[in-house]
Ligand binder design. Sequence first.
Ligand SMILES: Nc1ncnc2c1ncn2[C@@H]1O[C@H](COP(=O)(O)OP(=O)(O)OP(=O)(O)O)[C@@H](O)[C@H]1O
Length: 544
Amino acid sequence: MERNGSALPSSALFLDRVGEVRLTLNGDGFSWKPIDSDHAELNSRSCLGIKINGETEAEIKYSDIYAIECIGWGLIHDFTASVGGLISGRNLEMFRFVVHSYYKQGASHAPGPWILSEYMFGHNDLKTCQAWAEQLNSIIQMEIGRPKSLLVFVHPLCGKGKGWKNWETVAPLFSRAKVEVKVNVTQRAGHAYDIITSSTDKVLGAFDGIVAVGGDGLFNEILNGLLSSRHKAPYPPAPVDFGYTGSLDQDQQHRINSFDDRASNENDAHEPLISTSESNGGGISNIKHQLEQCNADQDPVLSFPNDWFRLGLIPSGSTDAIVISTTGLRDPITSALQIILGYKAPLDIAQVVRWKTRLSSVDVPFVRYAASFVGYGFYGDVIKESEKYRWMGPVRYDYAGTKVFLKHRSFEAEVAFLETESVETTTRSSGKTQSAQLSPERPKKMICCRNCTVCKETMNSIASPANRIIASPGIHSGGSRWLRSKGRFLSIGGAVISCRNERAPDGLVADAHLADGFLHLIMIKDCPRPSLLMASNTAYKKGF
Ligand SMILES: Nc1ncnc2c1ncn2[C@@H]1O[C@H](COP(=O)(O)OP(=O)(O)OP(=O)(O)O)[C@@H](O)[C@H]1O
């Protein structure tokens, strides 16, 4: 497909609220320039939310266009028309197509929500209009990584009933962008989980991913539905003298979870954290191909981690810590656009295993997955208590938090954790030695965001087979030590990501990363109430 304008030579069209412009296709976007340069200064105006500079060429990148629509015959306003020297403007009728894009509000250091914008072009000749729309459409179809089909779960009651309203707001964007959606409105807690676990790999694999319209709770429910039977990796290690059976070997694990032998996995047996974007060697084309090629007697395999099936979240909940920690914003339109445009961010996921307690036990361990936070004690009690007051909406966390705080419950516990090693990795590309990510003393605080260099380096290290063994922080050599802490605790928690929310803009762990493989252990030993208040006042609201 030509992108340089040779397939569709530049031509003159009308741009609504501007006037006649010359449109040209370029390498990575299309541009226009007013034809009537006498009125160029007039064109320096705002066009449906977009500042258009008439004096210089304006351009939209293909990667910023989410839809092109032909809208038939109708009005185009030409601002450049003049009568007797006076610029009066005029309404013209012609065939039209609309280019749908967005612009970012706010400054570069404090990005604001993405605002929808439209550019309406017109021409008297229907064929010219259609040719431009088709050409632009075929170009944006080639943009890599955009989803074509998504399974959507809408929690209608989340965040005091925002779920359905938010879906109604963003649904037209998906249909405009021609992303097929299969929408399920949840009727109860566990509904999404049940649908996902009872769906075959073939059914789920036909989608490019799942989108939750809800809060962190619905996102975690979907995550658990997906991973409960499809996460093909062994359990994390347990300290040998804790009275648990410890890690199961790979075969045993697969048998317990009814895994298929065809799903090979290369994960180390001691990987406590997995990343949704870690490749299992197949890549999008291979796995999709495998799923598409399957026939009746050969069931397809959808397994995780893989690097093509994505999870999206349209923030509609009470706290939305996952969305705020990933996009930096809490805006349904921004999230919908990022999903449609194929934005991706790798995310570490914590696997929580409640081991069977006796060697003779044949019980299957209780396994859960968490994208943001796991907590026992204070945080756990707040969540449990707040469930009784769901009808209050987000205020329930204040109420439940105060109640649990006043109870001041502590418990006896021993926490064991594997020491993070200071491992030096050498990246082949740069030849430089870097120890920052795997060292307990990380050199400087870096606030994580999309395209964060720390996460990118970790993902690159994991993707490289040569580095895989030493680069994954979860993989420990025989020499790594279990460290212990014993005593009375008020709270023990693990933050996978920063868990930012509107009340706690820095989150529980300000410099946590989305995909560096670390779980941040937060232990609060028994202490007087004022000290607990200081420890938890920044973020007692739940992060999952
Ligand atoms: N239709 C439903 N009715 C009741 N509960 C539901 C329904 N659909 C999903 N749930 C459950 O509600 C829980 C909270 O959902 P969600 O996170 O979307 O909303 P929320 O208002 O932000 O709540 P939270 O603050 O707990 O995250 C989820 O764990 C989910 O299992």
